[in-house]
Write a protein of this length. Structure first.
Length: 218
């Protein structure tokens, strides 16, 4: 299974958008490095979730330091999304013992969303709820079970990017994957609106799938 160094290598070679910084952590069982407010916010969670939360927050603080920001607490809003410092767009993701945070200045990017998945085949019974035959066919000759994971990851990243802008909640069917063309497209009149196109960078390496949606200013 891929480890932190594999992810760092992937990121160091990736053609990331200008101004986007990143940091990687493993889940952290020792919560002493969290701010008291952060520990309180996660106190009722199971140990695995606490460790992922801590790893994500520590990665986020490391990313924010690269933007010259101090390591203050990153609290949760009522909808459980992170509350970022003013003037920052950022996103956190974790999977398979890895935690990743990316951040950028809001003056450079309108929104940012990331997702990290293990590159494993998806169960066939889950695929219809996530993607369509048309979307899967665009990734031919990749097997559907593999293509579905790529599409799932891309939709997750795009959803996370649009949410701070719109507050819109919607299912997978509201967005269409156009991965070969480097974008996702809204197909429902919700969120950014039907027809809205969201840029998508996706990289698969070391048994990992990284999806990044950086929405530019108009």
């Amino acid at each position: 299974m891929a480890g932190p160094e594999d992810l760092r290598d992937l990121l160091s070679r990736a053609p990331l958008p200008e101004g986007v910084v990143w940091a990687v952590s493993e889940p952290v069982a020792d919560l002493s490095e969290l701010h008291p407010e952060e520990r309180a916010a996660i106190s009722n969670a199971v140990p695995k979730r606490q460790a992922e939360f801590a790893g994500g927050r520590l990665a986020a603080r490391a990313a924010l330091r690269q933007l010259g920001l101090s390591g203050g607490p990153i609290l949760k809003a009522k909808d459980r999304s992170p509350i970022w410092p003013e003037g920052v767009v950022a996103s956190i993701t974790h999977t398979g013992g890895l935690c990743l945070a990316m951040a950028a200045r809001a003056r450079d990017w309108r929104a940012l969303g990331i997702d990290l998945e293990l590159d494993r085949p998806m169960r066939s019974d889950l695929i219809p709820a996530i993607t369509s035959i048309t979307e899967l066919a665009r990734l031919s000759p990749m097997p559907f079970s593999q293509a579905a994971v790529r599409i799932f990851s891309a939709k997750e990243a795009a959803y996370k990017a649009q949410y701070p802008l719109t507050g819109a909640l919607f299912g997978f069917e509201a967005m269409e994957s156009r991965l070969p063309f480097g974008e996702m497209q809204m197909v429902a009149e919700i969120g950014l609106g039907k027809g809205a196109r969201l840029p998508m960078l996706q990289i698969a390496k070391f048994d990992l799938i990284l999806s990044l949606c950086a929405i530019p200013h108009a």
